[in-house]
Structure formats: C-alpha cells, structure tokens
Design a protein around this ligand. Structure first.
Ligand SMILES: [Mg+2]
Length: 301
C-alpha cells in the first residue's frame, strides 16, 4: 500500500517553490535562501543559507517494536534513531525534534516519561533539542511519532534521484543484524555521514530501513536506472531481503571511488555493486547475471 499511496500523494501535493524536494525521498528539503525571506530587502543577499531538512516517522507497538519485550525507553530510543538515520542519509545535521505520543490509558504518565528518556538519550548524544510535541491518551496500543529537523549547506543534501550509470554502490557496516535486536539499539550514522560528506564523493544516498534490495530500488527508481550487485562482496549474503539495518547505502562516481576509504569513523565501507542502465535489481556472481526479487533472500551462491 505504502508505495502506491506515496506515488498518489506526490501527484496530489501542491508544488511550492520553497519546497526543493517534497514527497518521495528520506527527508524533504526546504529552501531558506535570502530570496525566500518575507522581506528580502532587509537581508544580505550574498549570505549563504542552509537548507532545512525535515523528516517524520511513526512506530507502533506490535509492528515496529513489542512494548512488553523492549519497554518504552528502548522504543523511544528507536523512534529517535530511525528519524536521525533519515537525516544522516541526506547528510543533514540534526537541530531539533518534535515528539508526539498516543498512550495507552494504563500507566500513561510513566510510559510517556520513559519514551521521553529514550528519545533524550540520543538527543543528548547528538546535541539535538527536543523542542515540542503532543500527548494523547486512548484505548489503543502505544503509538509514537517524531518529526526531526536538520540543516545542510545549500544544495548539498544527498538525494535518491542523482545516481548515474556506472557509479559504484557502497554500503556501510555489515548487514543482517536486525534480526538480532540491532533494529532497537543501533546508532544512526550521523557522524559517518558528516565525514563522508566532507570527502565529497557521494552522488546519491538513502538508509537501509526496508532491506538492501528495496532501498537500492528506491535509489534506482528515483534515478531512472538499475543496479547490479556483486553477490560475493555483500557483507552478509542473506542481507538483500533483511530489513532494518539502518546503514548508509550510497553511490559514488567512477572517478571518486579511489577516494572512498575502506573504513571511516570506525565503520567499514564496502563496495557491493554498480549502477547500470537496465532497470531493476540484478545479481552478478560466478554463474553470471540474473534478476533479483527486491525483497527475496539470496541463498548462498
Ligand atoms: Mg530512509
């Protein structure tokens, strides 16, 4: 449902000039250029302005976490981490977040405080302000919403839509840990993204929230191309269909591949394939090239 709804909503939404990038990427980009000020005449026109980078995510008890198993604090931490991961995937620096809660009646106050503590843990680590929000009590399960706002130098945010044919595909870290509980306790790759942005090597990027295959297809669909994975080089072989790794998935032009280190900020960076003109997701190994199902598991080659 989600993909078709997003495509429909993208068509329906009005396109206003201050929204540089709207529905369909990891975050939206809002222009903050001097010309967009309410009274542009009073502002130094030569001063560079950052873009605002905005994202929002919701997590539901029973779908994205099991409250009875993980408790409200870990759920709150995950909520913050998934949003910060989206900011990292566009090379944005987080500034502030807004937290809204739909709380089950039983123990609502205590649950709210613990969720807040989980959010605050990462807010403190990454110097992000919890700047507002909302609370509601209802008869349903715990539902958490967060909106995160970051900033990025003008026109420097990474996008999904800017990969080019022959770019190399890279992934950070090692994949496939989500099933081991990594999806609750991972560290969003903000520091890695900052260092990678300073190298100026990335042509397109996203984070892995739905599985390598699905998320890579998000890049190729937005960039109107395909990708060929070198199966022998993927850190964990079954990881193509695994979900919530929250690693960075990015592309690098041929002439910049040599500038990508094998490790950055203590995180391995692995080249796993390349962008090709043929649309879809392809796998290359000793047996040749074949098409991959986006969320299919690949059993040993
Ligand atoms: Mg994302």
């Amino acid at each position: 449902m989600e993909h078709s709804f997003i495509a429909w909503a993208k068509q329906r939404a009005s396109k206003l000039p201050r929204v540089k990038l709207g529905i369909g990427d990891d975050c939206a980009l809002l222009s903050c250029s001097p010309a967009d000020r309410i009274d542009p005449s009073s502002i130094d026109q030569s001063a560079p302005c950052d873009d605002w980078v905005v994202t929002t995510d919701s997590l539901c008890d029973g779908t994205h976490f099991i409250l009875a198993d993980c408790g409200p604090k870990r759920a709150g931490r995950k909520l913050m981490a998934v949003n910060l991961s989206d900011l990292a995937s566009m090379a944005a620096k987080p500034v502030a977040v807004f937290l809204s809660l739909c709380l089950p009646r039983k123990g609502a106050g205590d649950v709210a405080a613990q969720v807040f503590e989980g959010v605050y843990e990462l807010a403190k680590e990454f110097q992000v302000s919890i700047a507002g929000g909302d609370t509601n009590v209802w008869d349903g399960p715990l539902v958490l919403h967060l909106t995160a706002i970051g900033q990025c130098p003008v026109d420097k945010a990474w996008r999904r839509s800017t990969a080019q044919i022959d770019d190399a595909v890279f992934v950070s870290g090692s994949l496939g840990g989500s099933i081991l509980g990594h999806h609750l306790d991972f560290t969003p790759r903000l520091k890695l993204a900052e260092k990678l942005a300073a190298l100026d090597v990335v042509s397109a990027a996203t984070d892995i929230s739905d599985g390598l295959g699905v998320d890579l297809l998000n890049i190729t669909a937005a960039s109107r191309c395909g990708a060929e994975l070198d199966l022998d080089s993927i850190p964990v072989m079954h990881a193509i269909g695994d979900g919530e790794d929250f690693e960075l998935l990015f592309t690098v032009p041929q002439d910049k591949i040599a500038s990508v280190p094998s490790e950055l900020d203590g995180v391995p960076l692995k080249r796993i394939g390349k962008i090709v003109s043929r649309t879809g997701l392809w796998a290359k190994d000793k047996r040749g090239v074949r098409q991959l199902p986006p969320n299919g598991y690949v059993h040993g080659s």
